[in-house]
Write a protein that binds this ligand. Structure first.
Ligand code: ASP
Length: 332
């Protein structure tokens, strides 16, 4: 059992915005907890560093920027891509990694609190990457941490590094971020990636479409933010009316692990399936995105369609995480 007693305390209201200094563009020594910390300038900085990381990996495979640094990779929830891409990012930059993916083999099973586990890991390491099932856990952990902490997903809250790699992929594939029509479809209620992505895309001139069954609708908190920022949006049950005009279709898995009632999950798990027939109605220059893992929601027949961007997203994740690690450790 995970000891979450400390999570009942007051969580700090908002993460610090990144300061405007000239050292690693304000990232040095900072926590990355929410996409709310970003603006267009520091996003662009991370994207250009990620470009450098990509060409560095393609040409040399590695660099020694983070030689001597150690990352604590602490995952209280399952992960394939986020955990291994942070690890690969650290290794390719010449650093090392202590990964705790199986918290059941750690002192967490003895009842250790999150703050104590964080204090322990940072006494050995230079920064911590944390995934946790509770919304707000990263903010709580960061309150106790003396070294930088990166949120790798906090329950149904946010997944900031996923949103960074999503936007990087959109810019890379479509060549622009302003003036796009973006549809998000699937589990918008529990899918943390779409919460972060909506917030980050609100920095750009975006027309949003939120497509979901009523039970899995985008939380009011996020819709209110979109409304307040003045971006046009529509809430839909079906993608059909807009499939021919959107630039991005971002699909999410129905998040089985968040359902209290398994029969409710069974009813909703394959509510939407993207197949070739649907893709045939979409624009030739749109892209289909997914944070992965996909379960039912995208048929494998779509994988060879050049518009399927999900495997590119996955690869870009490593370059973005290399850029973030280097920036936070003051080496970018
Ligand atoms: N991998 C993503 C996440 O951790 C998406 C998902 O699990 O469906 O949120």
């Amino acid at each position: 059992m995970i000891a979450t007693d400390a999570l009942t305390g007051q969580i700090k209201a908002a993460p610090r915005a990144l300061p405007a200094d000239n050292f690693s563009n304000g990232f040095y020594g900072q926590d990355i907890l929410s996409v709310k910390q970003f603006n267009r300038d520091n996003l662009n900085y991370i994207y250009r560093v990620a470009d450098e990381m990509r060409s560095l990996v393609k040409r040399f495979g590695k660099a020694n920027l983070l030689d001597g640094k150690i990352l604590a990779n602490l995952f209280y929830e399952p992960s394939t891509r986020t955990s291994s891409s942070f690890q690969a990012a650290m290794l390719r930059l010449g650093g090392r990694c202590i990964s705790i993916n199986e918290v059941r083999y750690s002192s967490v099973t003895k009842g250790e609190s999150l703050p104590d586990t964080i204090r322990t890991m940072e006494s050995y390491c230079d920064l911590t990457v944390l995934r946790h099932p509770e919304k707000g856990a990263a903010e709580l952990a960061a309150r106790y941490a003396r070294k930088p902490l990166i949120n790798a997903g906090d329950g149904v809250g946010e997944h900031p590094t996923q949103a960074l790699l999503d936007i990087y992929t959109i810019e890379d594939d479509l060549g622009r971020l302003d003036g796009l029509k973006v549809a998000m479809m699937g589990d918008l209620k529990y899918g943390r990636t779409v919460h972060s992505l909506t917030r980050l895309l609100s920095l750009y001139n975006t027309q949003f479409y939120f497509v979901s069954p009523e039970q899995l609708q985008m939380p009011d908190e996020i819709l209110d933010e979109v409304r307040a920022s003045g971006h046009p949006f529509e809430v839909l049950r079906d993608v059909q009316p807009i499939i021919g005009e959107i630039d991005v279709l971002y699909v999410t898995r129905v998040q089985k692990e968040r359902f209290e009632d398994p029969t409710e999950y069974e009813k909703l798990k394959d509510f939407y399936i993207v197949d070739q027939a649907l893709m045939a109605q979409a624009k030739a220059d749109m892209i289909l995105m997914h944070p992965l893992p996909r379960v039912y929601e995208i048929a494998m027949e779509v994988d060879d369609d050049p518009r399927a961007a999900y495997f590119r997203q996955m690869e870009n994740g490593m370059y973005i995480r290399m850029a973030l690690l280097a920036a936070v450790l003051g080496k970018a």
